[in-house]
Structures are given as structure tokens and as C-alpha cells.
Design a protein around this ligand. Structure first.
Ligand SMILES: [Zn+2]
Length: 104
């Protein structure tokens, strides 16, 4: 579950990562950690999967940017394209939850 509109950390300096989509450095806690499982990129929701990770804002626009830039093969150091459908599905679900909570 994510809350929106709570991005301030009162100047607290936590660990930061660069989003592979928009390349903006952001607090690690605001980013979705992604790992590679064979030729799939999957969201590491519990931070339990091991191996090389990539960080992405949990936003479809950043996922699309990352795909357009072929950022995932680069981040995971593999030559071929990677399947991001599970990341997309995860973001789709979040968007849906958000729109359900939005009063109209
Ligand atoms: Zn981003």
C-alpha cells in the first residue's frame, strides 16, 4: 500500500537510489525495487529477493521511460530484452486501487 502526498522526510537523509526510468534520485523507500528472474523483471515487494536490483518510481510513466531507454537490460547486465509484464501488472493494480479511493 502506498500513500500519496507524503513525500516529505523533514530533511532526513536516508539512502537514495536513482530511478531507472526518469533518472531522478529519490529516497529508496519511495522507489519500487525490481529484480530479474530469468528473462523477467519482477517487483521485489518484500525486499527479500536477492541479486542485482533496479529501482523505479512506482509509476507507469517511469516504467515506459525505462523500457524506451532499454534501461533494464543495462541495469541487470544482460544482453537481451526483458519481460516487464509483471511490473506493468503491479502498477496497473496500484493505479486501479488509487482510482477506487478517489472520490468523484
Ligand atoms: Zn522515475
Amino acid at each position: 500500500m502506498r500513500r500519496h502526498g507524503k513525500l516529505e522526510y523533514g530533511g532526513q537523509a536516508g539512502p537514495q537510489r536513482t530511478c531507472v526510468g526518469c533518472r531522478v534520485r529519490t529516497a529508496k523507500s519511495e522507489l519500487l525495487r525490481l529484480v530479474r528472474v530469468e528473462d523477467h523483471v519482477v517487483p521485489d515487494l518484500r525486499g527479500r529477493l536477492s541479486g542485482r536490483g533496479a529501482s523505479l518510481h512506482p509509476a507507469m510513466s517511469c516504467l515506459e521511460l525505462a523500457e524506451r531507454r532499454r534501461a533494464f537490460p543495462r541495469a541487470f547486465r544482460v544482453p537481451g530484452p526483458l519481460d516487464v509484464s509483471r511490473v506493468r501488472a503491479h502498477l496497473d493494480r496500484e493505479d486501479h486501487e488509487m482510482s477506487c479511493r478517489t472520490p468523484s
